[in-house]
Ligand binder design. Sequence first.
Ligand code: 13P
Length: 274
Amino acid sequence: MPYVYDGRTLIDYAFKGGFAMPAFNVGTLEMARACVEAAELERAPIILQTSPGELTQASPAVLAGMIRALAEEVAVPVMLHLDHGEGPERVAACLRAGYSSVMYDGDHLKPEENIATTRRLAEWAHGSGVSLEAAAGSFGAGEGRGEGLHLTDPEIALRLLDDGGADMVACSVGSVHGQASRLDLDRLGAIARRTRKPLVLHGGTGIPAEDLAVATTLGVVKVNIGAGLQRAVLKAWRERSEAEGVYEVSDAARAALVEVACGKIRIMKAAGRA
Ligand code: 13P
């Protein structure tokens, strides 16, 4: 199985099944391998994704080749997604590289402009046989734009799905990139009732388990996890002695990553769904 060429199949499966998949931000072999190992251990479908930050480490073609090869060695479905695609050029590069899904993040634009560009890029994505995530809100820290949260208006979320043709929409309901947060579950519920389509949360590292448990009952199918993985790698590297070789330290980092990833898979009820 295992590499999922069309992200829509997995998104639809999670939406109907009432669970969410962690979307792990990975930019190195160590990180990607650990998340795939965790998915295998938990028998879970997962998403690996690259934001512009991860794409400083290698091109979309290199990362896609590596992730596809890792996926082909396991029995669980692995999908590859572009996180926070800034515009047509980045989206096109990832479509050419064989990603299963792309995000167009046009939340900094006026809603009409965001919807129009989303529609154009959704046509490209669907023409390539993959899914598109739209952005109806922003998630503060770490997005590099120096702004705070822009919370999601349920009407805009609906329009990005209906008029923009998106397959899922990222909703800002309190979670923040890289920080502890609580979800505004009333707002998430209002968005879920209005859209009745797959929803995405960013800033997943700091969302408490009890909020995620409710979110999975409200149509959330994808929760982005970035900072938690980076912290696990940095801690492992800092704690190891200088006398150790690079591969021993890398193995220790991978073990720490597997533990983090397994925890997130279980919280989102993705374990056993492969
Ligand atoms: P965290 O770094 O808070 O887990 O968020 C990741 C994310 O949302 C990437 O888009």
